[in-house]
Structures are given as C-alpha cells and as structure tokens.
Design a protein around this ligand. Structure first.
Ligand code: SAM
Length: 206
C-alpha cells in the first residue's frame, strides 16, 4: 500500500503544499471550543496540518505508514522547533495508544486509502477505543460526487486505481454504515480540495 506514498514524498517535499488545509482550520476552531488538548492525526503525510495544530498549542501525536513522510516531517519539526510525537506505523495493525487517551482524532483523506471493509470497521473501533468519552473524530474522505469517481481501474467495490493511487469513494450512507455503533455524526459537509471532492465528517464517540 505504501510504495506509492514513499515515491511521491521522495520526489516532492511538500506534495500537498505547506499550508494547513481548509479542513484543518475548520477543525481547529471546534477543537479550541471543545477544549481539546491531546490530538491524534492518522495518515498525517508530510504534516501540513500536523505543523499547524502543533504550532497552535495542541499536543499532537501522529501515525503514518510512509517512512519518507515521517523523515520529511521530522526534519520540518526540527527546523520549526516544535514538538510532535511521530510514529511510523501501519494503522491496520491497530492504534498503538491506551484506551481513552485522546480528546480528538483528525484524519484528512486517510480513510479513503485502499482499506478492506473489515479493516475500516476495525479502524473505527480502534478510534473509539483510544478517544475519551464524547471524544471527537473529524475526518474527510473522497466523495461519490468526485469527478474521478468511477474512473480509472476498478479494484474493488468503490475502490479505483487512478494515476497509481488506490482510492475509495464514499457515499453518505457508507460513512454512516462504517461509523455505525462507534461514533455519532454531528454533520457531513461537502468540500473541494483540488482535485478532490470531499465529505468532511464531524462526529463524536458514542
Ligand atoms: C492522501 S494522503 C493524506 C496526507 C495528509 N493527511 C494530508 O492531507 O496532507 C494519505 C496518507 O495516509 C498514509 N497511509 C496510507 N495507508 C496507511 C496505513 N495503513 N497506516 C498509516 N498510514 C497510512 C499515507 O502514507 C499518506 O501519507
């Protein structure tokens, strides 16, 4: 799953840009209002959002399975003299933190990686386990309104290979299905980040 990310991150130090995403800025406003301190970011990549959160006083822990992403972010962290707990880890093995550890989890375009249905269900159970009561899970996924949906090579139901990337596209009802007993959805908002049409999901631990 990971060669493609190591490859793109090796050839571009800021594949998704240097600035925080619109979703990170929206999420941060809510995190502040809710008094979030300990944040887990899943699939942080080269850390455009991670650096923004950590520079704004959140205690940020990250997981990413790309070693190159981790090296890039480690370097940026040192240059900016900020502290982030970086873990090179495949989240399919679980989330290596104790129960109720985080106030919130944030994941931008992570759950739309090529995970099987069972892996996705397990990931949401793990997210539930490591968040506190009423903890927040804010994430974005590629949507079924995306211009690239149903293009490229079909790999599995709703998963397509497009320019070498294997991407899952979600409908709103699939999001509800996967969150099922684990998180209650507060809202789902449509957003666009070139070239991706996204659903931004704002949910709380049940
Ligand atoms: C679409 S990128 C998003 C990166 C970052 N969130 C951003 O928006 O800048 C998805 C990230 O998920 C990571 N990833 C993919 N599969 C993973 C897995 N099984 N465990 C942990 N990270 C994974 C990739 O290495 C990649 O950095």
């Amino acid at each position: 799953m990971n060669e493609i990310w190591d490859e793109v991150y090796s050839s571009d130090q800021s594949f998704f840009g240097e600035n925080a995403s619109h979703f990170a800025e929206m999420s941060y406003n809510d995190f502040k209002k809710q008094g979030v301190k300990k944040l887990l970011e899943l699939g942080c990549g080269q850390g455009r959002d991670t650096i923004f959160f950590a520079s704004n006083d959140l205690d940020v822990h990250t997981l990413d399975s790309s070693i190159i992403a981790q090296e890039n972010l480690h370097k940026k962290q040192r240059e900016k003299n900020i502290s982030i707990d970086l873990k090179h880890f495949d989240a399919r093995q679980g989330i290596p933190f104790s129960n109720n550890f985080f106030d919130a989890i944030y994941a931008h375009m992570f759950f739309n990686m090529h995970f099987t249905d069972d892996e996705l269900k397990f990931l949401f159970i793990e997210c539930n386990r490591v968040t506190k009561n009423n903890g927040m899970l804010y994430f974005s996924v590629r949507s079924d309104k995306d211009a690239q949906y149903n293009t490229g090579k079909k790999i599995d139901t709703n998963i397509y290979e497009i320019n070498g990337f294997q991407i899952r596209f979600f409908s709103k009802s699939q999001i509800k299905f996967f969150l099922s007993d684990q998180f209650e959805i507060k809202s789902v908002i449509e957003d666009y980040e070139e070239p991706a049409s996204l659903y931004l999901v704002f949910s709380f631990k049940k």
